[in-house]
Design a protein around this ligand. Structure first.
Ligand SMILES: NC(=O)C1=CN([C@@H]2O[C@H](COP(=O)(O)OP(=O)(O)OC[C@H]3O[C@@H](n4cnc5c(N)ncnc54)[C@H](O)[C@@H]3O)[C@@H](O)[C@H]2O)C=CC1
Ligand SMILES: O=C(O)[C@@H]1CCC=N1
Length: 275
């Protein structure tokens, strides 16, 4: 059976990861301005080009993975070619309504994922525009399945989910790095410290998801009375770690919402000028 053709416009960090994750099941063309940076994708059999128009014209599905401020100008440029196509944007903060105004004749999906797509273990959340069909949804879920876990959500949650699902690996790497440094301070070999921290994150996550228990209950099960863990918990509470994480998620969510408002204002100005 002929594989569906997908164009990925802006194959940087996340677009490149998506290209690799879906390339067994889809015929992928990846674009970016500096095409020489795409040679690792070409080595995996992915078509590469810097010609966005050509990539779009040959594709059935178009994935947009440029920076948020580049999305609206890009959609305007490509609007003729995008007519009647399914367009999936992974850009933070650029909402469905705004994209749909620029490409009214396309079927648009707004999605957010994370860097773990590189190992096909991303978590993708998405919302569909009004005219997305059931057959589009089959294609969308096939793409997202190749990238890891996925779920459809109400668009109003996507900015906060950007701070949670999209950005979270960065917070966790910060935590893991700090744990490794703590272990180095008391002499554990570097690679052993890394494996201990990373496998603990994986195991703790699987247990959290499969047990259905609240994280506080699971944490309590680890704390042996008079044992080791409680000393670490005491130090973490002293360092206000929970307050720091709550602030981090709140601030990142507010940033996503502010970027969304700025993008709308800018688009209003641009669209106003054109009318
Ligand atoms: N990095 C991450 O973990 C995640 C990023 N995102 C979103 O994905 C988007 C891209 O982020 P990154 O991959 O981190 O950035 P990036 O800078 O690595 O990738 C963007 C790419 O788009 C290319 N580009 C820009 N204008 C172009 C054009 N006109 N034609 C072709 N290519 C063009 C750039 O050359 C660059 O390679 C952003 O909107 C971000 O919000 C979403 C989920 C996770
Ligand atoms: O930092 C950002 O804006 C993007 C969105 C989620 C992850 N990276």
């Amino acid at each position: 059976m002929e594989r569906e053709k997908v164009a990925i416009i802006g194959a940087g960090v996340i677009g490149g990861a998506i290209a690799c994750a879906i390339s067994d099941d889809f015929q992928v063309t990846a674009t970016r301005r500096k095409i020489e940076r795409l040679s690792p994708l070409a080595e995996r059999g992915i078509n590469i080009t810097s010609d966005n128009d050509k990539a779009v014209s040959e594709a059935e599905v178009v994935i947009i993975s440029v920076k948020p401020y580049q999305v609206i100008p890009l959609l305007k440029n490509l609007s003729n070619g995008l007519k009647d196509k399914l367009v999936i944007s992974f850009a933070a903060s650029i909402n469905l309504d705004l994209m749909q105004r620029v490409i009214p004749d396309s079927r648009v999906v707004r999605a957010m994922t994370n860097i773990a797509v590189q190992v096909k273990e991303g978590y993708t959340v998405y919302s569909c525009g009004k005219n997305v069909t059931d057959s589009d949804k089959n294609v969308i879920t096939k793409i997202f399945e190749d990238m890891g876990e996925y779920e459809e959500v109400d668009e109003q949650h996507l900015d906060v989910l950007t701070a949670m699902a999209g950005s979270s690996p960065a917070y966790l790497y910060t935590v893991v790095e700090a744990m490794i440094y703590g272990a180095l301070q008391v002499g554990l070999p570097r690679d052993l410290a890394l494996r201990a921290a990373a496998w603990s994150v994986i195991g703790a996550s699987h247990l959290l998801l499969s047990s259905g228990k609240h994280p506080a209950e699971l944490r309590d099960m680890v704390v042996t009375p008079g044992g080791v863990t409680i000393d670490a918990i005491y130090a973490l509470e002293d360092g206000k770690v929970r307050t720091a994480f709550m602030k981090a998620i709140r601030d990142a969510s507010l940033k996503a919402q502010r970027l969304a408002r700025d993008a709308c204002d800018e688009a209003e100005r641009q669209l106003g000028k054109e009318n």
